[in-house]
Design a protein around this ligand. Structure first.
Ligand code: HEC
Length: 294
């Protein structure tokens, strides 16, 4: 019986005291665990702290301090001045206050504090639009039937074209199809046609991607003195051919509908004279013949 009483007294030594801010009277004093409700509506808005003191059975004290902020009144937004700003002259300041916890039905439009769009947002916006325009101009591809007209075609097309016109005046039968024969030799057209249509698979190095796209550098179809295979592959595409011991599951797309004879001749000549390749060139007429033979 005595023992029981002693235990009780020891237990009584174990307690928890909770103080609010700097008050000396505890908010409550209880044996742990303690559960209580803190009514913040009775506190002023702003910084507060809870100080919790706990005693164990030997009488030793532990302390824990928790800081918190009460905000039951409206939120406040201030535009025009910030903490520690250095101010000068007259400054326009805008203050908005909205959404106190007591107001259950407040008008959300009141929270929309009018503020100018910040400079960085403008800079970002302009940069994105400028990049978009740059990208569009760089990569824009005119439809094929316009691609070789003076407006859209590469500048180098112009001299051959006037040559073509001169020829037309001579031969009434020559059809108006522009640069063909002469432009077929045009290295710039070949390089740009390759860059626009082939580089994604066969790569700028002409080495392709091992196992996925075959190399054109040193490729027998490309270096063959007889260009028939080369022209046919580019016109009609190809699938399932084993090249240099490797089998390619991806098809080579056909280009007959997308590229003119002049462009095909130019890109073929580009391949025949790049990456160490040195094979005889072809003309747009060669391409036209095989296109018709198809
Ligand atoms: C979508 C990817 C892709 C594009 C774009 C592409 N090719 Fe190909 N090309 C291939 C593949 C894959 C093969 C091999 C197909 C096979 O082995 O059956 C191939 C094969 C070839 C071959 C034949 C090689 C041989 O040994 O017979 C030539 C020549 C060629 N391409 C030229 C071109 C040209 C010129 C262009 C651009 C006008 C072009 N390719 C665009 C994927 C592509």
């Amino acid at each position: 019986m005595n023992d029981g009483k002693q235990e009780n007294e020891l237990e009584n030594g174990v307690r928890t005291l909770v103080y609010l801010d700097d008050e000396t009277e505890p908010l409550l004093s209880h044996r742990p665990p303690v559960r209580f409700e803190l009514d913040t509506t009775r506190l002023e808005d702003g910084e507060h702290r809870l100080r919790v003191e706990a005693y164990d059975s030997t009488g030793r004290k532990g302390v824990r301090i928790i800081s918190f902020t009460v905000r039951n009144g409206p939120g406040i937004a201030v535009n025009g001045v910030r903490d520690n700003d250095v101010l000068e002259g007259k400054i326009p300041i805008l203050i908005n206050a909205y959404g106190g916890s007591g107001e259950t039905l407040w008008e959300p439009s009141r929270a929309e504090t009018p503020a100018p769009i910040p400079t960085w947002a403008w800079v970002l916006f302009i940069a994105i639009v400028a990049f978009g325009a740059f990208y569009g101009v760089r990569l824009w591809k005119p439809p094929l039937n316009f691609a070789t007209t003076p407006t859209y075609g590469p500048l180098t097309l112009n001299p051959p074209q006037s040559a073509g016109l001169a020829a037309t005046t001579g031969h009434a039968t020559a059809d108006a199809a522009p640069p063909t024969g002469v432009a077929g030799d045009d290295a710039a057209l070949g390089a740009s046609t390759y860059g626009n249509n082939c580089v994604s698979c066969h790569q700028a190095t002409g080495k392709g991607l091992p196992g996925v796209f075959p190399p054109l550098a040193g490729n027998p179809a490309v270096t063959d003195a007889d260009p028939t295979t080369h022209i046919k592959v580019v016109l009609n595409g190809m699938q399932g051919k084993t090249i240099g011991g490797a089998n390619y599951t991806t098809p080579m797309p056909p280009w007959a509908d997308q590229l003119s004879d002049a462009q095909i001749a130019a890109v073929i000549n580009h391949e025949r004279s790049s990456w160490g390749n040195n094979a005889p060139k072809v003309t747009a007429k060669d391409v036209a013949k095989l296109r018709a033979a198809k």
